[in-house]
Design a binder for this molecule. Sequence first.
Ligand SMILES: C[S@@+](CC[C@H](N)C(=O)[O-])C[C@H]1O[C@@H](n2cnc3c(N)ncnc32)[C@H](O)[C@@H]1O
Length: 292
Amino acid sequence: MNYRQWLEQASETLNQANPYENGKNEALILLQQVTGKSRTQILAFDETEIDEKVRSNLTALLARRLKGEPIAYILGEKEFWSLPLNVSKETLIPRPDTEILVESALQIAKEKLQENPPYFGILDLGTGTGAIALALASELRPICEKQQTELNIIGVDLIPEVVELAKSNAEKNQLSVVFLQSKWFEKVEGKFDLIVSNPPYIDEKDEHLTQGDVRFEPLSALVAEENGYADLRHIIEQAPHYLTENGVLLLEHGWQQGQKVRSIFQENFWQAVETVRDYGDNERVTYGFWKR
Ligand SMILES: C[S@@+](CC[C@H](N)C(=O)[O-])C[C@H]1O[C@@H](n2cnc3c(N)ncnc32)[C@H](O)[C@@H]1O
């Protein structure tokens, strides 16, 4: 069997199993992963014969995908904000939705940096792969170096293996972020100009937990008590102790949680509370300023 024949067969099987996904694209990704060849090389030399070893590796990966395992877990990698990130089954696969949080945080950070502060601190709670912290580091480090602002970005996660994963991603992308194990603020010291978080916010009874990629992701990254609001509430209540004057907290939340999240901010005396919508026009990120 050659590349072309395998691609045709695998695409058809994948399309039958997952009609909403692009079987041809996924088959190509799997073939790239096993052969180490680029997409162009595979398509240009599609008469290349597949040997037994490659064939059995392809069969194994295809079987995992047919059971619904996310492509990112099969590849061990996912791109976020143009950064290649290692992923693991101990935390969430970074989502494009979260780029809205990064964009909003960057806008606020850049405004604050115009004042040329000597120091700028950012805390990312529930950092997972380190996606948010690393994206912010990649954008803000050059600005801070130019104007000689000392930038300190810290990412924390509850799970020690996840902290190691985030550290591996900092190394992989040669970005300087400090990652440590902490239950939310428990081991955090000092004050920050920005606190960002994409915490677990799904209700444990939510039917989406039994569908698609999330079936393979850990509940520790997805589910929160109090119908999904417990971690969001805890962070909103505690963040003021860790923010500088006029510091900002930005939280990602579910698309139907905007109103309730705004009201938790307001009950806790946050100022200028706003919600940002994602590209699907859903409420996705809420932020507020803390003034003493
Ligand atoms: C929704 S995932 C977000 C991961 C990453 N920030 C992202 O946006 O892709 C939530 C993360 O919070 C972590 N987490 C859950 N409970 C936590 C806690 N009490 N303290 C710190 N981190 C926690 C999980 O391990 C998980 O990595």
